[in-house]
Design a protein around this ligand. Sequence first.
Ligand code: FPP
Length: 228
Amino acid sequence: MTVPTHVAIIMDGNGRWAAQKGWPRIKGHKAGVQVVERILEAASDAGVRHLSLYAFSTENWKRPPLEVGALMALLRMYLRMLVHQLARKGIRFHHLGALQGMPTGVQADMRALEEATAKNTGMTFHLAVNYGSRLELAQAARRCVEDGLSAEEINETSLGARLWTAGIPDVDLLIRTSGEHRISNFLLWQSAYAELYMTDLLWPDFSPADLRAALEDYTQRERRFGGI
Ligand code: FPP
């Protein structure tokens, strides 16, 4: 079986999962966090080298303040307990997104976890919070200018080196749950040749077995990268 080096997941459907049970949306997010823990472990065990999870987009700030506040509180709680799981599995943590614009406590927790896990040599877990592909690309373009690059020097390599994902291999497999067939501003540049895997399962129902099914499906795909 060919294991994809970089798997990215758009974790969608927490709200609907909770609503189906007559529960508040935040209960869906809490259940979603537990699934994150299991999937992290399953991906690491399967030999995935990079796992990117989309937890909060630059557009998600438009949600009701109560839900945003609850998500941020959940995120901080999660980051604090994550350090033990990551140490056990030798997983490195990396925040994907703009630090600026996030609550300062979240920024500090993100940095602390990156530092605490910097020497781990297993899978890298990229958690996308305050992430948007268009913002990432615009920032990379601005950094090219700030770095004094001439028009001729701006190319795929120099721009790619200024993305938040600099040095990380492109996405091989992009999974989205909850039956939506959208990329929603997630890793647009990095997913240029990614295989897409959409499932109707809502994120809280997505299990390690479902991840393994997606990995299995990936091995059946013939990737040509634009060639023949
Ligand atoms: C999509 O469900 C999910 C999110 C916007 C957040 C993803 C968050 C988690 C899995 C939990 C928080 C994660 C961490 C790491 C703390 P939705 O709310 O869009 O669901 P809906 O489409 O059914 O409304």
